[in-house]
Design a protein around this ligand. Structure first.
Ligand SMILES: [Zn+2]
Length: 213
């Protein structure tokens, strides 16, 4: 698996076995939503792969591993060439679900991205709502449970909402900055760095505040 962008390949024939689509690093896809909602379950990452966490009895050795939420939805993927929509079960990560949260509805087109993985960074999957169309113009949603059950080789059940809390959105404040950074005419000196200013202030006897632990 490389780190360069690779477009998914369209199914080779008109009819094929429905599969789960898991976006790879470096890929960008366009999907349209057939499911009214994203269905969820819990998993554990063990022995290099995701295992289903059965809420009615998960093996102790498995259940002590960290839990990750995973979501699934019936979608169609757009293939620019030859210009077709192809059905897939989209796998939704915890981060992607936060982008979908409060927005996802049948009839929508989403762009989904996963940036390439680097040694320093493992970028999350992100979703951007592109369009909203008349859901009645879309094909009906198909069953996704049997395909997800096959993926986990288990008798899976949905119904677990993501336990990741909402993102906290904050905003910038355009209020006055510290007086110490201003010259007498009220302008912030542009030719000094914050560090130089701090050194200058220290030489005048100023002590930096003790940081809170
Ligand atoms: Zn478990």
């Amino acid at each position: 698996m490389g780190t360069t962008a690779s477009a998914p390949r369209p199914p080779e024939s008109g009819n094929y076995v429905l599969r789960v689509f898991r976006i790879e690093p470096g890929q960008t896809i366009i999907v349209r939503a057939l499911s009214k909602r994203v269905e969820g379950l819990a998993t554990h990452y063990a022995r290099g792969k995701s295992e289903y966490c059965n809420p009615d009895g998960c093996p102790v050795s498995l259940h002590k591993e960290k839990r990750f939420w995973k979501g699934y939805a019936a979608v169609e993927l757009w293939f620019e060439r030859p210009g077709v929509w192809a059905p897939y079960v989209l796998e939704v990560t915890e981060a992607l679900e936060l982008d979908f949260r409060g927005k996802w509805a049948r009839g929508q087109l989403w762009q989904i991205d996963r940036l390439p993985v680097t040694t320093k960074n493992k970028p999350p999957v992100t979703g951007l709502l592109l369009e909203e169309r008349d859901p009645d113009s879309f094909p009906p949603a198909f069953e996704i449970l049997p395909t997800v059950a096959r993926l986990y080789h288990a008798d899976v059940a949905f119904g677990i909402p993501s336990w990741i809390p909402d993102r906290t959105i904050v905003g910038l404040t355009h209020d006055e900055g510290p007086k110490a950074l201003k010259t007498q005419d009220g302008q912030t000196p542009s030719n000094k760095t914050m560090k130089e200013i701090a050194e200058e202030m220290k030489s005048k006897g100023w002590k930096p505040p003790t940081p809170a632990l």
